[in-house]
Design a binder for this molecule. Structure first.
Ligand code: 4AD
Ligand code: MG
Length: 471
């Protein structure tokens, strides 16, 4: 039964602008709901560009001022929310196949002139100040549609390959990366400390020990890999590193697969296949949005992504990378020598200048990497890998894990970690241990790479960075 335009009712097949614009034939009468991007008045007629978030393109609504629909026009400004009924017709205007000749127009949500997203194009810095409204812009519409498609592609990739999805805990008592960047989770009153001295205070706390927000789901993921063989996690990750850079967020999402019976080479192979799969998914499923980024954000993006989707990724050991950097004659702010951390200027030089594409750097010095990475036979490097990509730098970090109990305990002691505190983790090495490997892909870093957007704050719906957790 036909309902009046003033009644709201949900239907799974309600028309969305994306579907309407791709119609092969006019279905005749359509109902469109969305937000007005622009209003243009001409003699006796107004043109509304309406967007409902289903795609980048707007649908043009033509309203004859003399018709009943025209009566509502006085309330329609940029940003207003409207519901329109009308006939879908071939558009005589350039640049669009279809338009709607309105027969009815209801203003669901009027606006006034203070609406900040008026016609002119705003930069991402300004839009970050109004993060609650920015999804209504072309740029952020495109970013968050791509983000959504790629979330699905991540799950599809692993599910198609038989990986089991595991939700690792968000509240945890272990600092996986050992970098001391955990946010504390506590119900103790900071203004009324119960006990003055260190550890004793945590016994009074909610969990009876010091707890925080997870920096990685890996350790719990390893436990599941040693039961399900292939697993992955995809969840929020928190790091209290006070680095105000364009590539670090305090809250980000990480995808962490873990495979039993796998070594470092298998780990790199999975990472490469996964990375290419996500790029291909973006190219085929988000073509309109990527074309927008190519035109307005990062010229040449499409050609770059297409090339990466086809090419094999370069590989280099840390030792080779250091030698390449030293040979380059380039002057860096941080010195390059074996044993030193690769700084982002080094990483970018390797991937942008030397390789000009994605690069796996493997086998880092043990002291630079986390305790769980497998010690190589040389006794001084570990079976680690970082995937570096142009513009973004490190996008994946992973390793083969130390599956030998005695070696692992020794590595923990060397790091000042007490194996007794992680008995649950070491039990897997005691009972039925096996070679295994995994990695973590920072989802936002990947989105930066695939959209060409340069600041991580712009690929997070509501970014959390030092000093900012407002919206
Ligand atoms: O290299 P990371 O620290 O590795 C791990 O956490 C391992 N436990 C992963 C594993 O082997 N299962 O982090 C992995 C990735 C980085 O390469 C980067 O892409 C991203 O997570 N990342 C961040 N992204 C945004 N903001 C931050 N503060 C990030 N820190 C790491
Ligand atoms: Mg890393």
């Amino acid at each position: 039964m036909d309902k009046g335009l003033n009644d709201s009712t949900w239907r799974h097949d309600r028309p969305r602008i994306r579907g309407i614009l791709s119609s092969a034939h006019s279905p005749g009468d359509v109902v469109v709901e969305g937000w007005v991007r622009t209003v243009r008045h001409a003699k006796g007629v107004a043109f509304l560009a309406v967007n409902d978030g289903s795609c980048l393109a707007n649908l043009q609504i033509v309203v004859d001022t003399a018709t009943p629909a025209g009566g509502a026009l006085s309330q329609v400004g940029t940003g207003a929310c409207v519901r329109v009924r009308g006939q879908l017709m071939e558009s005589p205007g350039a640049g669009q196949r279809w338009e709607v000749q309105a027969t009815e127009l209801v203003v669901l949500g009027p606006v006034d002139e203070a609406y900040p997203l008026q016609k002119k194009r705003h930069g991402p810095e300004f839009l970050r100040e109004i993060a609650h409204l920015r999804p209504r812009t072309n740029l952020f519409g495109a970013i968050f549609r791509v983000r959504s498609r790629l979330v699905f592609a991540v799950h599809r990739f692993f599910q198609e390959r038989g990986f089991v999805c595991v939700h690792t805990p968000i509240i945890t008592t272990n600092d996986c990366e050992g970098a001391g960047e955990m946010f504390r989770v506590t119900t103790l009153d900071p203004f009324r400390p119960t006990v003055a001295d260190g550890q004793a205070a945590w016994r009074e706390d909610f969990f009876g020990e010091k707890a925080g927000l997870t920096v990685s789901g890996q350790l719990e993921g390893e436990l599941f890999a040693m039961a399900f063989t292939d697993i992955y996690t995809f969840g929020p990750t928190f790091r209290a590193e006070n680095s105000n850079t364009s590539r670090h967020a305090a809250e980000f999402w990480m995808i962490e697969p873990e495979m039993a019976f796998a070594d470092l080479a298998a780990d790199c192979a999975l990472a490469e296949e996964f990375f290419r799969y996500l790029i291909t998914s973006a190219l085929t499923e988000c073509a309109e949005d990527l074309a927008f980024f190519d035109q307005f954000v990062a010229p040449g993006l499409l050609a770059r992504l297409t090339a990466v989707a086809q090419a094999g990724f370069a590989r280099m050991t840390y030792g080779e990378a250091v030698a390449e950097l030293q040979r380059s004659g380039q002057s860096f702010n941080f010195p390059v020598e074996w044993g030193g951390d690769l700084q982002s200027e080094h990483e970018r030089f390797l991937t942008e200048q030397i390789v000009n594409g994605p690069l796996f750097v493997t086998d880092y010095p043990a002291e630079l990497k986390a305790f769980y990475m497998r010690l190589n036979d040389d006794g001084r490097t570990v079976a680690a890998m970082d995937l570096l990509v142009p513009r973004v730098g490190e996008i994946i970090g992973g390793s083969q894990r130390e599956e030998r109990l005695a070696v692992l305990e020794k590595r923990m002691h060397a790091r000042g970690l007490q194996p007794e505190n992680m008995g649950w983790y070491l039990d897997t090495r005691r009972w039925g241990s096996c070679p295994h490997a995994g990695f973590g892909l920072g989802f936002e870093r990947f989105l930066m790479y695939v959209t060409g957007v340069e600041n991580i704050r712009d690929v997070l719906p509501f970014p959390r960075t030092p000093g900012n957790a407002r919206f």
